[in-house]
Design a binder for this molecule. Structure first.
Ligand code: PGA
Length: 249
C-alpha cells in the first residue's frame, strides 16, 4: 500500500494576515510540482484570506484547533461549522501545547475528532510523550493510551480519515529531533496499535506524521522511513523556502 505523504505546516500563534498572505504568494510561486499533499494550519484570523490566495493551487488549509459543539455559549471558541464555512480541509486536534496550556484531554480530543469527521474536516490527531515519560520507559504506554482514548467509539472507516501526528514533546521547538530510528519505532508502534483497534486494513491506510524540529536538513532521513507518512512542521514552516525544501526533501 502506498500512502500519500502529507506535509503540514503548523504556524502556531505566528503571522499577521498580511504576513500570511505574503508567505502564501511566495510559496505558490516557488512550489512547482509535488506528489505530496501539502497544507498550512494557520491562526483563525488568516484562514479566509489564505483560502483565497491558495485557491487554484495544491496547498490545502488547516486550522489548529476547534470546539466540538456546532454553536453555544463558549466564549472565545470556534466551531467546526465555522471552519467548514471558510472551506478548511484539516484541523489539528490535541496538539501537545493545547494539552499542556489549555487543559485538553484524551476525552476532548475524542469529541473534537468526532465533530471534525461529522463535518467533513480531516483531523490531525497529535500524540506524544514528554521527556520524563520517555526517560521512565513509559513512552509507548502513553501513546497507546492517547490513541485508545482519542479513537474511542470510532468506526474503522472514520479512523482511516484521521491523520496521526507523533510529536514527542521533548522534540517540539527545541531543536532536538527524535532520531529517525526513534521516530520510526514509535510510528510503527502507532500503526500496530491502530491495527489492534481497527484491523490491519485501517492500519495500512492510516497516515502517520512525525513532528518535532523537522527542518530541511533532517526531513529526508525522517520521511523515507517505512512508517512515517509525512511531517507536521512548526518553526520551519514559517519560512516559505524552508517549507518548500521539506516538501521537496
Ligand atoms: P517544531 O513544532 O517543528 O517547531 O518543533 C512542531 C509542532 O509543534 O507541530
Amino acid at each position: 500500500m502506498t500512502r500519500k505523504k502529507i506535509i503540514a505546516g503548523n504556524w502556531k500563534m505566528y503571522k499577521t494576515i498580511a504576513e500570511g498572505q505574503a508567505f502564501a504568494e511566495e510559496l505558490k510561486s516557488i512550489l512547482g510540482q509535488t506528489e505530496h499533499e501539502v497544507l498550512v494550519c494557520a491562526p483563525y484570523t488568516q484562514l479566509s484570506s489564505l483560502k483565497k490566495v491558495f485557491s487554484g493551487s495544491i496547498v490545502k488549509l488547516g486550522a489548529q484547533n476547534m470546539h466540538f459543539e456546532n454553536e453555544g455559549a463558549f466564549t472565545g471558541e470556534i466551531s467546526p461549522l465555522m471552519l467548514k464555512e471558510i472551506g478548511v480541509d484539516y484541523c489539528v486536534i490535541g496538539h501537545s501545547e493545547r494539552r499542556q496550556y489549555f487543559a485538553e484531554t484524551d476525552d476532548t480530543v475524542n469529541r473534537k475528532l468526532k465533530a471534525a469527521l461529522a463535518h467533513g474536516i480531516f483531523p490531525i490527531m497529535c500524540v506524544g510523550e514528554v521527556l520524563a515519560q520517555r526517560d521512565a520507559g513509559e513512552a509507548f504506554d502513553v501513546v497507546r493510551t492517547q490513541l485508545t482514548g482519542g479513537f474511542a467509539g470510532l468506526e474503522a472507516g472514520e479512523a482511516t480519515k484521521v491523520v496521526i501526528a507523533y510529536e514527542p514533546v521533548w522534540a517540539i521547538g527545541t531543536g532536538r529531533t527524535a532520531t529517525p530510528e526513534q521516530a520510526e519505532e514509535m510510528c510503527a508502534f502507532i500503526r500496530e496499535t491502530v491495527s489492534g483497534l481497527f484491523g490491519e486494513g485501517t492500519a495500512e491506510s492510516v497516515r502517520i506524521q512525525y513532528g518535532g524540529s523537522v527542518k530541511p536538513a533532517n526531513a529526508a532521513e525522517l520521511l523515507t522511513k517505512d512508517n512515517i507518512d509525512g511531517a507536521l512542521v512548526g518553526g520551519a514552516s514559517l519560512i516559505a523556502r524552508d517549507f518548500k525544501a521539506i516538501i521537496d526533501y
